[in-house]
Design a protein around this ligand. Structure first.
Ligand code: GLU
Length: 443
């Protein structure tokens, strides 16, 4: 049995209750086959694949807080420090009822390769809780965040592990968590990224994942003889990633026609009114069904459906496994030329395979959505030198990082005889740096 198959079999046995983690590990390990095959003896002796798929440590803790009715609530908090071979653990905190070890572990695993691809010195980690910020008052969110940080603060630090936002964790939550960390430790340090601009945050961090996704997509399209100009784009999600992906897509001359949230989706054939979406989502924290009040000619549908719309480019920016095989078939049938993942692992393995087999340009999340964490690393740099860079400076760096990531993924795919397979290219390029660092540092 090959080393990859051996490790995959062991992983399946050991992590049977964590399907999302297995899915992420399977995708990465399968695409590493050509690399592992060339060095099989060394990697097997060093147990490199076993080491890279086993987190350094995992914390799971109780988070108690009191709601507005005086009722005590109990949630579970998580932080998984996966790999710090190339820098301090780095990755977001997801607050969503679906959170359990398997979700945080898949996200932490992806983060190792994503962070490596940025070219910046950050390791992989992830955390979160099954707390649902939806429908909670500001005070309730603050109570949760303070309690969550009371425990988390024991494990993190500016040179140890630097959490940030993810689904459900935005500027408000980061602010409450930062305040509590400072209170507990009496130190003002860059322990979190995505901070507000008045207390150590970086310009462009809010826009970074969405903008970065479009810089990557632009580079991928250009490399293949296309351009974003006048293209029709379908976007799923209506959070931070989706909103700023739409903004940059429009700036680059494309027309964005869809967005979605957990209850439904909108289709605006003339192109979305992004100011309306921002007001609904960022100010009112309301549902997309309100969009029709701003644009009566637009359509609102309950449930899922974004991928049934005719588009040139699809940008899944909502959550994991939101684009399945049927969706992939619909996109291909409608003449879509490219899919770029703004969310983490939004496309199922079968859907990815189908899209690639049908000649669709496919940009995996760990490369295409790395702009968020890359800009977090730029925030860490600014915190270390106690300076703030201008919007243009950070945006320029972000653009360069995203173009470099595309070049790295394309180059690795060429080098291993799978040209145009950016999934394999990104996994290989991300892995090479981490693997070399792990080997150099010994067991
Ligand atoms: N949650 C984001 C991601 O999936 C950003 C993490 C960070 O900025 O540390 O990459």
């Amino acid at each position: 049995m090959s080393y990859v198959d051996e490790v995959l079999a062991k992983l399946k046995q050991k992590n049977a209750a964590e399907p999302e983690f297995l899915q992420a590990a399977e995708e990465v390990l399968n695409s590493l086959r050509p690399v592992i095959d060339r060095n099989e003896e060394l990697y097997r002796r060093e147990a490199l694949l076993e080491r890279i798929t086993e987190p350094d440590r995992q914390f799971k803790f109780k988070v108690t807080w009191v709601d507005d009715k005086g009722q005590t609530q109990v949630n579970t908090g998580y932080r998984i420090q996966f790999n710090n071979a190339i820098g301090p653990y780095k990755g977001g905190l997801r607050l969503h009822p679906s959170v359990y070890t398997g979700i945080i572990k898949f996200l932490g695993f992806e983060q190792i390769f994503k962070n490596s691809l940025t070219g910046l010195p950050i390791g992989g980690g992830k955390g979160g809780s099954d707390f649902d910020p939806k429908g909670k008052s500001d005070r309730e969110v603050m109570a949760f965040c303070q309690s969550f940080m009371t425990e988390l603060s024991k494990y993190i630090g500016a040179d140890i592990d630097v959490p940030a936002g993810d689904i459900g964790t935005g500027a408000r939550e980061i602010g409450y968590m930062f305040g509590q960390y400072k209170r507990l430790t009496n130190s003002f340090e860059g322990v979190l990224t995505g901070k507000g601009l008045t207390y150590g945050g970086s310009l462009v961090r809010t826009q970074a994942t969405g903008y970065g996704l479009l810089y990557f997509t632009d580079a991928m399209l250009k490399h293949n003889g296309y351009s974003l100009d006048s293209k029709t784009i379908a976007i799923s999600g209506a959070g931070n990633v989706a909103i700023y992906a739409a903004e940059k897509a429009m700036q680059l001359g494309a027309k964005v026609v869809t967005m979605s949230d957990s209850t439904g989706w909108i289709y605006d054939a003339e192109g979305l009114d992004l100011d309306a979406v921002k007001e609904i989502k960022e100010v009112k924290r309301a549902r997309l069904s309100e969009y029709k009040n701003y644009r009566p000619n637009a359509e609102y549908h309950e449930g899922k459906g974004v991928w049934s719309v005719k588009c040139d480019v699809a940008l899944p920016c909502a959550t994991q496994n939101e684009l399945n095989l049927d969706d992939a078939k619909a996109l291909v049938a409608n003449g879509c030329i490219a899919v770029a993942e703004g969310a983490n692992m939004p496309t199922t393995l079968e859907a990815t395979e189908y899209l690639q087999k049908n000649g669709i340009l496919f940009a995996p999340g760990k490369a295409a959505n790395a702009g968020g964490v890359a800009t977090s690393a730029l925030e860490m740099s600014q915190n270390s030198e106690r300076l703030s860079w201008t919007f243009e400076e950070v945006d320029q760096k972000l653009k360069q990082i995203m173009t470099d990531i595309f070049a790295k993924a394309a180059e690795a795919a060429d080098r291993y005889d799978v040209p145009g397979d950016y999934v394999a290219g990104a996994n290989i390029a991300g892995f090479e740096k981490v693997a070399n660092a792990m080997l150099a540092q010994g067991v």
